[in-house]
Design a binder for this molecule. Structure first.
Ligand code: CDT
Length: 301
């Protein structure tokens, strides 16, 4: 067996006024708990260091730069990296990345047990809109504040397996998993911030949102014979509610564990990466069964 003991570290709400230092303190507490429960790889949510700021409209785009990190690690996150190194804990978390060239991405990183950034992913599927939209119940301005990721979906040799990343809305798209599946991915780690209401239809609520979340993640896992670790930022941020639903799914698409609350908490699951083999060698042996001559339209439109 190749066991990766994963800690899916859900964060409860982060209010607009909370500092990075406060949040990093919460993340360190979760890491301590994960370590005490035997985990060696901890996964935090999308945009883990701040509130889900794309709900706030800044007319002056540059004002939003205060939500971004111009370097990583930096003064605020150094204690998290130090803690991870001290515990020998691998980790992944999301943050808003401002590059030296002034580009903005919704980013996640893989950090190895020595504290080195081993992989970076920039969110490809950005939901929402660019301009203030008064027809919506709340704003979702990811298309205003980020550009689409430019790194694709690499997979990395990490913690003894092949690990890839996705971010929130990416989990709803089969292409996300398939591109990694074609590289043999064994564990996809992803964080999310999902409002519990649809800003464009009032009849879609929390249970529908959780249903679509599980449906997407379980299908992605099964169809690519991979583990998927999906970690929420949950609860009510400045009056705006985000779903929970932090879960770990196995390569059969079955949920191995799910948190049933919306505050800070850790779900620890021992995953045997060898469990990905059967599916990859049989029904989802892509080399034998895919029929790419019929798939051209997928990349043409
Ligand atoms: N963060 C993120 O990508 N959230 C989206 C909300 C979709 S509605 C604009 C999600 O897919 O969960």
């Amino acid at each position: 067996p190749r066991i990766v003991t994963i800690a899916a570290a859900q964060l409860g709400p982060i209010q607009k006024a909370e500092s990075r230092a406060d949040v990093v303190g919460r993340m360190i507490a979760l890491m301590d708990e994960a370590h005490a429960r035997g985990a060696n790889f901890i996964v935090y949510p999308e945009l883990a260091l701040t509130t889900f700021f794309p709900r706030w409209y800044h007319e002056d785009r540059a004002e939003a730069d205060s939500w971004f990190e111009a370097s990583m690690p930096n003064a605020a996150t150094a204690p998290l990296f130090d803690k991870a190194r001290a515990l020998g804990m691998a980790m992944s978390f999301g943050y808003a990345e401002l590059t030296p060239e002034g580009r903005h991405f919704n980013t996640s990183i893989l950090v190895d047990r020595s504290g080195k950034i081993a992989g970076k992913y920039r969110k490809v599927h950005l939901p929402g809109h660019v301009d203030y939209d008064d027809t919506r119940s709340h704003q979702h301005l990811e298309k205003r504040y980020f550009e689409p990721g430019d790194l694709g979906w690499p997979v990395w040799n990490f913690e003894g397996g092949l690990v890839g990343m996705a971010i929130c809305n990416d989990r709803r798209w089969p292409e996300t998993y398939r591109v990694m599946g074609l590289q043999g991915v064994e564990m996809v780690v992803l964080g999310f911030n999902t409002p519990s209401v649809n800003s464009q239809r009032s009849d879609e609520g929390l249970e529908d949102r959780l249903f679509h979340h599980r449906l997407s993640v379980q299908a992605g896992a099964y169809q690519n014979s991979t583990f998927v670790v999906a970690v929420a930022k949950a609860g009510t941020e400045d009056g705006h509610h985000l779903t929970g639903g932090t879960l770990v799914v196995d390569p059969n698409g079955k949920i191995l564990g799910e948190l049933d609350h919306e505050h800070d908490g850790v779900l620890v699951v021992a995953c045997d990466l060898d469990d990905t083999r059967f599916g990859k060698e049989t029904i989802f042996d892509f080399a034998r069964h895919r029929r790419v001559e019929h798939y051209g339209l997928i990349t043409e439109r």
